[in-house]
Design a protein around this ligand. Structure first.
Ligand SMILES: CC(C)(COP(=O)(O)OP(=O)(O)OC[C@H]1O[C@@H](n2cnc3c(N)ncnc32)[C@H](O)[C@@H]1OP(=O)(O)O)[C@@H](O)C(=O)NCCC(=O)NCCS
Length: 187
């Protein structure tokens, strides 16, 4: 945290929704993360942790539970003027603590900041290693089949997240190939 300034990370409140949307969508315009709609922030406000410096909003991050054995770190963002002061790390620590409280054994992130997530103990994996994410969210994304975000994962509890499952879907779900010509079926 910036030296000499009082700072904290705390669960979000509904009053934080505007600050979250403003920051995330400003950064999304710079193409460093995906945007969030007002509804998706407000409906999921309990997923968010907020960092404050000197009583002011400094950043945010969310833990979105995807399935019983995995959750996503999403919408992690620090105000540009406050980046590289350890705030991102504190937000990830808070999200990890939340995941442990919930008993989630593995985290993942889709990101354009792999160096940062590497410092947070995440390693690169294949999108196909995360079938629940692909089937819940990715298929609704405009970038589906042409995704340029890097998938990364971090194991919190190895006993409940067996390494032999890495690299393979955990159930026999047919995954579409990411090719420019693939046309997803109409639902
Ligand atoms: C990615 C982001 C959240 C990191 O937050 P931050 O507060 O700047 O990160 P921290 O200061 O806590 O950095 C923690 C460590 O990661 C390193 N790090 C941070 N950003 C990095 C980068 N872009 N490249 C390489 N290393 C980086 C820091 O040097 C530090 O290293 P250390 O372990 O040696 O101390 C912030 O840069 C951001 O908001 N970026 C734009 C949005 C974004 O890319 N979000 C990612 C999720 S979609």
């Amino acid at each position: 945290m910036p030296e000499g300034k009082p700072s904290l990370v705390r669960p979000a409140r509904v009053a934080d929704a505007t600050s979250i949307m403003t920051l995330v969508n400003e950064l999304a315009l710079q193409q460093v993360m995906l945007p969030r709609s007002p509804a998706s922030v407000i409906e999921n406000i309990r997923d968010f942790q907020i960092a404050e410096v000197d009583g002011q909003f400094a950043g945010c991050g969310a833990l979105a539970v995807t399935w019983t054995d995995i959750a996503e770190v999403r919408s992690l963002a620090v105000r540009p003027s406050l980046q590289r002061h350890g705030i991102g790390r504190l937000l990830v620590d808070a999200l990890v603590a939340d995941a442990r409280r919930l008993g989630v054994p593995r985290l993942y992130a889709f990101t354009y900041a792999p160096q940062f997530f590497g410092r947070m103990g995440f390693t690169v994996c294949q999108h196909e290693d995360l079938p629940a994410k692909v089937f819940n969210d990715c298929r609704h994304c405009p970038k589906f089949l042409a995704c340029d975000e890097i998938a990364m994962t971090r194991v919190l509890d190895a006993e409940r997240s067996p390494p032999q499952l890495f690299g393979k879907p955990q159930r026999a779900i047919p995954l579409p190939q990411r090719t420019a010509t693939f046309v997803p079926p109409q639902v």
